[in-house]
Design a protein around this ligand. Structure first.
Ligand code: ADP
Ligand code: MG
Length: 668
């Protein structure tokens, strides 16, 4: 496709604004679908009721008059002839429009109608008539500095000149079967629908296409996995594995043992392991992964553990060192924020087999990392990684075995579909001796009570996490928020206790320092953004206070809450929220991540499940896994049929689809 720069009207500034919306090419731009539409239907004023929002067009009948008040404010009034009526139109702070509103000018007015005063309090005046009885206007997610109108103009230009460049993936037989629009028609009509019918058809096609491509990829991976033996023949010294397990500071749970057995079998088998280890927060997945990595090491291969955040990488690295301190196994920490020189040194070591275990963020896979002999890849918090990344990892080593770990319990039918290419091990029971986390729901006006609960725990020498409120939906960081909380907390506790902050913008060293201080109990209250949501494990911290809890999905709150309750001390979660308490209540009633995720699923659809916040890699643009489950199942069936169709490998009709799959094989 052409470059985004070639779209008429998009300048340097436009490019950088679009980038903020992760629109980097024309395809992205055209796939930036409206999230809702404004339906403008001409209102019959005769029938409109008091305060109804009306849409009407007409001609300007009198020269607008303007009153100014309070300095910058203004109130403009004119009379509008709508054909059946002459009404007064009042609009605030639009004095600059006056010169356009000449007598006889055709305009459209949108606003609140007050029949008794024969007046419309307008929110908007447009300088054209309504074209049709119904106008459908797209509304887009946008960003500061980029108005909906400008964005729509960009999209229109792209539609005008580049629509033909879009790739048609869906083959003709499928299109005929469902009487689908073509891709081009669908994309055009999702942005510029002429009527409700065609909009509906456009939506269905785009959802189907997205889900079909997804299912095709998943099932293609599954098939190629089945067909490719790992080729890794390992001779694992099981006595040593057992020795390690016996020396752990705790007894493994039944489920942990069973999962380890599954994994050891996979590692020994010829076919490649492709396993998902599911377990609620705190169920002890990490140690299972470590044992898998140890077995792989004993079999003579390198292992990589990938995690979504640097803090988590650091923590896994440290607990690895602790658990393996008496064993001669070499581990390195590899994160994106290492200095170039350090990174290069580590890369050299990995390549020359001077390292057995590599723990790092996914920056690790994005660069030209060469392994000596990668035999096992573990990814923690797997729901953050999309299909492409799944494939990406697989192709890093020769044919490494893969273990995914996820704390997001997914309803079974969905799991089977989404993770259809994997085997699953479940950790259902938690390590014994754990107490249920007691969860309170409080409003801001009860903050005193919250502070006193905090005092109680601090006085017992326990530590506390405080999660600062989110700004907007984006996980963009608002430091003023954190700093404000720090001030408040210092005011309340500062004389006796140490309070510090942790956030995503800090560099690795700083994060490391803060985390270490917290682990050593030298920080009593740690204020942070949700960057602590995954994986962090400090057992002496037994309380978490979450501000603006209503901003989060239930599953995210459950994950956050999972930072505490990691030992036999009684733990507490305090959710502070002034609204939406009906929804949040379930958290005070159960600690069962599975129930909570089902509830979340019912309430919110896919967003919360597959990516924390909507930005997850699974994030579909048109489809919603819950609402569109039927389409998903249909797409799955069609994708499977196609993969099993002999023609698929040769027929020109399927060329684009074949190419979309080839990407999966050539990612490094
Ligand atoms: P998650 O499944 O959420 O990743 P972790 O692996 O972080 O959980 O484990 C949570 C805590 O439980 C850790 O401190 C870990 O050392 C501890 N743990 C793991 N397995 C057991 C066990 N069988 N008995 C007691 N504690 C355990
Ligand atoms: Mg974990």
């Amino acid at each position: 496709m052409s470059n985004l720069k070639e779209v008429r009207g998009i300048g340097i500034k436009g490019l950088s604004l679009l980038k903020k919306l992760t629109i980097n090419n024309i395809e992205d731009l055209l796939a930036h679908y409206p999230f809702r539409y404004v339906f403008l239907t001409k209102t019959n004023l005769q029938k409109a009721t008091n305060d109804e929002i009306v849409v009407t067009d007409g001609t300007v009948e009198t020269i607008p008059t303007i009153n100014r008040f309070k300095g910058k404010m203004s109130r403009m009034v004119f009379r509008l002839n709508t054909n059946d009526l002459v009404v007064n139109v009042v609009i605030f702070n639009r004095a600059f429009m006056k010169s356009h509103l000449r007598i006889g000018k055709a305009v459209t007015v949108i606003g609140k109608y007050q029949p008794l005063k024969n007046t419309i309090i307008a929110s908007e005046i447009r300088l054209t008539k309504l074209e049709d009885a119904l106008t459908i206007e797209p509304v887009y997610h946008t960003t500061k500095g980029l108005s909906n109108k400008v964005l729509f103009n960009y999209i229109n230009k792209a539609l005008d000149n580049h629509l033909d460049e879009l790739v048609e993936y869906i083959p003709l037989d499928i299109k005929n079967k469902y009487n689908f629009l073509s891709k081009k028609e669908a994309v055009k009509n999702i942005h510029q629908p002429s009527d409700v019918e065609v909009l509906k058809k456009a939506k269905i096609f785009l959802k189907y296409e997205e889900l079909f491509l997804f299912m095709l990829k998943i099932n293609y991976l599954k098939q190629t996995n089945r067909q490719t033996p790992s080729g890794l023949i390992r001779d694992i010294n099981l006595a040593k594995v057992e020795g390690f397990i016996n020396n752990l500071p705790f007894l493994l749970t039944f489920d942990q043992k069973r999962a380890i057995n599954d994994i050891l079998k996979d590692l020994a088998a010829k076919s490649r392991m492709n396993r998902l280890l599911q377990g609620d927060v705190g169920s002890g997945k990490t140690v299972v992964a470590f044992i898998a990595m140890y077995a792989n090491y004993l079999g003579g291969y390198q292992s990589a553990l990938m995690v979504p955040t640097e803090i988590l990488a650091l923590q896994h690295y440290q607990s690895f060192l602790t658990l393996f301190k008496n064993i001669n196994i070499r581990a390195v920490l590899l994160t994106g924020s290492l200095k170039a020189r350090e990174k290069k040194q580590i890369y050299e070591k990995i390549k020359n087999n001077q390292v057995d275990i590599i723990i790092g963020t996914h920056a690790l896979i994005q660069e030209g990392l060469e392994f000596y002999n990668l035999g096992l890849v573990v990814t923690d918090e797997q729901h953050r990684f999309g299909v492409n990344q799944r494939a990406n990892l697989k192709n890093k080593g020769v044919m490494p075995d893969i273990l995914y770990m996820s704390a997001t319990p997914i309803p079974r039918t969905y799991a089977l579909t989404i993770y259809g290419d994997m085997d699953i091990s479940n950790l259902k029971n938690k390590p014994s001796g754990r107490k249920e986390i007691i969860t309170y729901l409080k409003s801001m006006s009860e903050i005193k009570a919250v502070l006193s609960l905090m005092w109680q725990e601090l006085n017992k020498n326990h530590q506390i996490y405080v999660v600062a409120p989110l700004i907007e939906e984006s996980d963009k960081l608002d430091l003023s928020n954190i700093n404000f909380l720090k001030e408040k907390m210092t005011l309340a506790f500062g004389k006796k206790y140490t309070i510090d902050i942790l956030h995503g913008k800090m560099d690795n060293k700083e994060k490391e320092q803060i985390m270490n201080l917290f682990i050593q109990n030298k920080i009593n209250i740690l204020i942070s953004t949700t960057i602590i949501e995954v994986g962090i494990d400090v057992t002496n911290a037994n309380m978490i206070v979450i501000f603006d809890a209503d901003r989060f999905g239930l599953s995210t709150l459950h994950q956050l809450r999972g930072r505490v309750g990691r030992s036999d001390i009684q733990s507490y979660a305090i959710l502070i929220s002034n609204t939406d308490n009906e929804r949040l209540k379930i958290l005070t009633e159960t600690n069962d991540g599975f129930k909570i995720s089902e509830q979340d699923f019912i309430l919110r659809g896919q967003g919360e499940l597959f990516g924390l916040k909507q930005s997850g890699d699974m994030g579909f643009k048109a489809a919603d896994l819950k609402k569109d489950f039927k389409i998903l199942m249909q797409a799955k069936e069609d994708a499977l049929n196609l993969l099993n169709n002999k023609e698929f490998d040769t027929n020109i009709e399927y060329k684009n689809l074949r190419e979309s799959l080839m990407v999966l094989n050539n990612l490094d």
